[in-house]
Design a binder for this molecule. Structure first.
Ligand SMILES: [Cu+2]
Length: 390
């Protein structure tokens, strides 16, 4: 994942490097890393292939994104479903670990006690005339133990499955999640008097309340996977399924599409933020409000909205509260309340926003978002407007 992103990042326009700023994650300051890249490229004239190998390696040091998404970690459960799974994992690890150590120990004993012989030693025919009772008993015993242990793991697996399906789901939060190439659309239907709304790529859920996510795919097979909260569930076009989980700890957890869905599959991340119930309620209430109309005094933003409507952005994107009502791309109503752009590919800053709109295909080469020919002034205006969509 990281490697793909680094390689991709090489193709980014210069402005994207500038604005993401700071130090590379490895602690190498960017300018040092860049100089290093240059030096390696210059010194390795011969053979040329070495230069071609080393230069991208060194530039990849430069291009590590300066923002860090939270780690996804199946071994660090933040909810009851992930806890059931991690317990099964621990049991499997211990059992198979003991078996592995036992096999190695027996192998070692066999090596140490192996019969030593040379050319003149007569053949040892004891085993032919007298059956090796002890050895046979040992093999039968070890095979029996393997069967019992494997059967035990199957039973544990079935119990885990049962526990996963027994999550109490009284009064759950419903989310309708659709996998798209290559981003996530999440519709929150009306809930306890709060109107419905749509967001992209970044979900929020309240801690302690069960969540039922209905899963759809609009184009190809995707897979929902937020390992800190639950296992994987495929999203199949034409076959709706659902996944149920509960977050028991506040925090932001990373998810990733887990089924190859096309060239940008690796760049299809998701964030799930588990909030306290009151913070969640505040977030949801805010998401359900339409975007504020730009102030007339904010000339740039007001013009930006016009550019957005006229340049074709509104054919795909919706901004509630404006005439933009496209339905095939991320809803941008509260764009600035998200921390990332394009499914976790870029930190959400005005500079990255401009870089993305200028050349979306330099970040996600196969993206369906077109590169529209906007003048610098129009681009500036559009970004000014989008930046008001708090
Ligand atoms: Cu995918």
């Amino acid at each position: 994942m990281k490697a793909t992103r680094r390689i991709r990042a090489d193709r980014r326009p210069a402005s994207a490097h500038g604005c993401s700023g700071g130090h590379a994650a490895s602690g190498v300051p960017r300018h040092t890393a860049r100089r290093l890249a240059g030096r390696i490229a210059v010194q390795c004239r011969r053979p040329a292939c070495v230069r071609y190998l080393l230069a991208p390696l060194a530039t990849s040091l430069v291009a590590i994104p300066a923002f860090a998404l939270p780690q996804q970690d199946a071994l660090r459960p933040a909810g009851i479903q992930a806890l059931h799974i991690v317990r099964l994992w621990n049991l499997t690890l211990v059992v198979t670990g003991i078996v592995f150590a036992a096999v190695l120990a027996v192998l070692l004993v066999a090596l140490v006690r192996r019969p030593r012989a040379h050319e003149t030693t007569p053949p040892d025919l004891r085993g032919v005339h007298h059956p090796e009772r002890r050895t046979r008993r040992f093999v039968v015993g070890a095979s029996g133990a393997s069967v019992v242990l494997l059967a035990g793991l199957i039973v544990a697996d079935v119990f885990t499955d049962g526990a996963l399906s027994r999550l109490p789901i009284a009064d759950p939060l419903h989310i309708e999640l659709t996998g798209q190439q290559w981003w996530w659309q999440a519709v929150y239907p009306p809930d306890h008097g709060r109107p419905g709304f749509t967001v992209a790529n970044e979900l929020h859920v309240p801690v302690g309340r069960p969540v039922v996510v209905s899963l759809k795919a609009s184009d190809v097979i995707h897979s929902f996977w937020v390992p800190n909260l639950h296992g994987k569930k495929d999203m199949l076009p034409g076959i709706d399924s659902r996944i149920e989980f509960r977050a028991d700890e506040t925090g932001t957890w990373r998810g990733q599409c887990a089924q190859f869905c096309g060239p940008e599959h690796a760049l299809m991340a998701m964030l799930v933020t588990a909030d306290t119930p009151s913070n969640y309620a505040a977030w949801a209430a805010h998401q359900a409000t339409p975007a504020a109309t730009p102030q007339v005094s904010d000339v740039d933003a007001a013009r930006g909205m016009q550019v957005f409507l006229q340049a074709g952005c509104a054919n795909c994107h919706a901004v509630q509260g404006s005439p933009a009502a496209g339905a095939t791309a991320p809803d941008l109503t509260h764009l600035m309340s998200r921390t990332t752009l394009a499914a976790g590919v870029l930190a959400n800053t005005p500079a990255n926003l401009a870089a993305w709109i200028r050349h979306p295909d330099s970040f996600k080469p196969a993206t369906t978002m077109p590169t529209l020919p906007l003048s610098d002034a129009d681009l500036h205006a559009v970004v000014s407007w989008l930046a008001t969509l708090q």
